[in-house]
Design a protein around this ligand. Structure first.
Ligand SMILES: [Zn+2]
Ligand SMILES: [Zn+2]
Ligand SMILES: [Zn+2]
Length: 368
């Protein structure tokens, strides 16, 4: 973890337990809050560049000739608010260099795909919670329309991944705020695992596991007592994992959070595909997204993070999963570097109990 936070820690009981991720059980988490158990190296707080313009930055206004011609620009003419360009150093490309190959244990899939950059805002160092809700809604609708175009552009593209890296600890190599869209020739394994496991849950219980966890987060209340001493062993309170709630969305701290300050945002009503979100939904999402990031920023005193969208993959083989899969955004603040224990065991170590993290995030007072 990183108790790099400005806020005072919540007085909490030490926790040491392995929490099973209900959706992908293989991604379990060791929650170990005692200081002596911390096997992690803490990240320094984000060195934050608040400049609005940097002369040498290829994404700043006036330097448009330093990026490839835009795929889209909003508005299309005049003073732009955001731009979509090709990545100059794509991880996947649309030429066919190496056809699929298989030799003994060596197997490859052609690195076919698209890799694009969304310049989220004209202002160089602006942080997400500092953008206006109107601007964020515009950004979200740009994500959605580009995702839709890419799915329709080529049958070989199996998944479109939207993500953002903010801050060097999160892997951002350019300081100017931006996000990325990678259209891939395969559905990533973690998305497949979510789709597969939520489908199994649906078959067993006729319900969406994501909707179930929302219901549970909103309504569950219980106290477990120790049978011998009668002491309270665990208290489960209403809304203890809820960070924010809006008309159409909810921000939740997952019970088995891999990252200390991880938060997920989901539509309250069941929806499998991000592309089905309406303009009204996106305006509402902009608000809850901005407020959630503001909370993280306050508690962490500057937040470096990755976020990514998980939406139902397109393609016939996934059409049957519309009832069981539920799209969501995973926000993963980076406050520590994984160590050999985590890489070697595949078990994430979280040193802040998710209930306490949720309480700290909720207690931030935001200007309305
Ligand atoms: Zn810039
Ligand atoms: Zn659902
Ligand atoms: Zn996910």
């Amino acid at each position: 973890m990183s108790d790099t936070s400005a806020a005072k820690p919540v007085q909490a009981k030490a926790v040491r337990e392995i929490r099973i991720n209900p959706i992908v059980p293989s991604q379990s988490v060791l929650v170990a809050t005692a200081r002596s158990l911390r096997p992690k190296k803490e990240e320094a707080p984000a060195p934050y560049d608040a400049r609005t313009f940097v002369e040498t930055c290829p994404f700043c206004k006036g330097n448009e000739d330093k990026t490839p011609a835009p795929i889209a620009q909003v508005p299309a003419t005049g003073d732009w608010q955001l731009r979509l360009v090709e990545n100059l150093y794509p991880v996947l490309g649309d030429e066919h260099r190496n056809p699929n190959f298989s030799f003994g244990m060596q197997q490859t899939i052609d690195g076919y795909g698209r890799h694009e950059v969304v310049i989220d805002h004209a202002s160089h160092g602006i942080r997400l919670h500092e953008m206006s809700e109107e601007h964020l809604a515009l950004l979200l609708s740009t994500y959605r329309s580009r995702m839709e175009q890419l799915y329709h552009s080529n049958d070989r593209l199996k998944y479109v991944l939207l993500f953002k890296n903010f801050g060097p600890a999160a892997g951002a190599s350019i300081g100017h705020t931006h996000s990325q869209i990678i259209a891939m020739p395969v559905v990533p394994d973690n998305v497949q695992a979510e789709v597969r496991n939520s489908a199994a849950f649906y078959r067993a219980s006729q319900g969406c596991i994501f909707c179930n966890s929302i219901d549970e987060a909103l309504t569950f209340e219980a106290t477990l007592y120790d049978r011998e001493s009668g002491e309270v062993r665990r208290k489960i309170n209403v809304g203890q994992f809820v960070i924010e709630r809006s008309r159409a969305f909810i921000a939740i701290k997952p019970f088995a959070s891999r990252y200390e300050w991880e938060v997920h945002i989901l539509p309250l009503k069941h929806q499998a595909d991000f592309l089905d979100a309406t303009a009204e939904d996106l305006a509402d999402l902009a608000r809850i997204f901005r407020r959630t990031m503001a909370r993280l920023n306050t508690v962490l005193g500057g937040v470096q993070y990755n976020f990514f969208f998980h939406s139902l993959p397109h393609g016939e083989e996934y059409a049957g999963n519309a009832q069981s899969f539920h799209w969501h955004i995973e926000i993963c603040p980076r406050t520590s570097i994984p160590t050999g224990f985590e890489l070697g065991s595949g078990l994430f170590v979280n040193t802040v109990c998710p209930e306490d993290a949720a309480e700290r995030l909720r207690s931030v007072v935001l200007p309305s």
